[in-house]
Design a protein around this ligand. Structure first.
Ligand code: COA
Ligand code: MG
Length: 303
């Protein structure tokens, strides 16, 4: 649901992120880190990951991700070489514009992984232990969504696509508005492409740190569009985001009622029926099952 960006050169913020209860923390080497602090970020992230592995720093159930620098900086391979031996749960690659970018990073990840430390060996390609998440944030990236998302079929570690609205708008020369019509196409296209290939779709950051209502509304829209999560830039954004992507008790109750009714009608040999004056058939039941799946993923129900 929520992915918190944490500047990778700031040990204090990494510790805050570890203790924040966020679903995923993205320790950043890219745009959240000043050019003069890139080397510091690599070392700080690697040492935080090592501390997590030996018990000195407790991330709880928070997933530990690292955002490396984009290929056009020439820093990607060194970022990977510094952090992969410390076994992050996943790598986030920004400014992905083509399938080639993903093939390149997958190759680098396979080469620079130290098998004894993270249990990933050359023979383990089909079940890689370190995930890959791609940020799409340029006009070209949106144009090439089909080939990028299709990499899910050849690169098993690819798990999610992230929509980067600010860089995308900048690339378009668009003007950001509260309504967001300038990014609507890219935001909708990304979720369709991700879901076509079984990937998670993660929504853009919300820059207004003190506007919890606006953040909740934007998170709600993302969920309505089919997004499975959203990025956060401050710990206070975690709760509104995680709440928006967690089904409410009313939604869970409604889903259970639909599934119960459906099972009953199926037993009678009826595929479609009405409930509360509305037609119910398979797509509605699939949506109800998806609500139950998110409720389970959020730990709200057992089975
Ligand atoms: N991760 C972890 N902890 C964070 C945090 C983050 N992203 N943002 C703030 N905190 C911590 C601060 O360290 C502070 O804790 P402390 O007082 O115990 O040190 C507390 O939360 C309150 O922070 P606050 O004073 O409100 O914010 P700030 O001025 O320290 O930082 C930002 C504001 C925007 C610089 C900071 O939120 C940040 O770095 N966000 C991420 C930016 C980023 O990664 N951008 C690239 C991706 S788009
Ligand atoms: Mg960006």
């Amino acid at each position: 649901r929520a992915f918190l960006f944490v500047p990778g050169d700031d040990r204090r913020k990494i510790e805050k992120g570890a203790a924040s209860g966020v679903d995923s923390a993205i320790m950043d080497c890219e745009d959240g880190v000043a050019a003069s602090r890139k080397a510091e970020a690599r070392v700080t992230i690697a040492s935080a990951l090592t501390d997590a592995a030996n018990g000195a720093l407790d991330f709880g159930r928070t997933e530990k991700l690292v955002r490396v620098n984009a290929f056009n900086t020439g820093m990607t391979a060194d970022d990977l070489a510094a952090v992969l031996p410390a076994s992050p749960d996943g790598i986030v690659l920004p400014k992905v514009e083509s399938a080639d970018d993903l093939q390149r990073i997958d190759e680098l990840m396979r080469l620079s992984v130290r098998a004894p430390l993270n249990g990933e060996t050359a023979g383990d390609d089909a079940r890689p232990s370190i995930a890959l998440i791609a940020i799409i944030e340029s006009a070209r990236g949106i144009m090439n969504l089909r080939e990028i998302a299709a990499c899910a079929e050849s690169i098993p570690r690819l798990q999610a696509l992230v929509f980067g609205a600010e860089d995308f708008a900048g690339d378009l020369g668009a003007i950001r508005t509260p309504a967001g019509h300038e990014i609507a196409y890219g935001r909708a296209a990304l979720v369709v492409s991700a879901k076509a290939y079984g990937l998670q779709a993660v929504d853009m950051v919300y820059l207004k740190l003190d506007d919890a209502d606006g953040l909740s509304a934007e998170s709600r829209t993302a969920r309505e569009l089919g997004y499975t999560g959203k990025m956060a830039i401050h710990p206070k954004q975690i709760a509104p985001i995680q709440a928006a992507f967690t089904p409410t008790t009313a939604e869970i109750a409604a889903a259970l009622r639909l599934i119960d009714a459906f099972d009953g009608y199926q037993a009678e040999g009826k595929g479609a029926f009405q409930l509360d004056g509305k037609m119910v058939d398979m797509p509605i039941i699939r949506a109800a099952r998806a609500v139950m799946a998110s409720a389970r993923a959020a730990g709200l129900i057992d089975s």
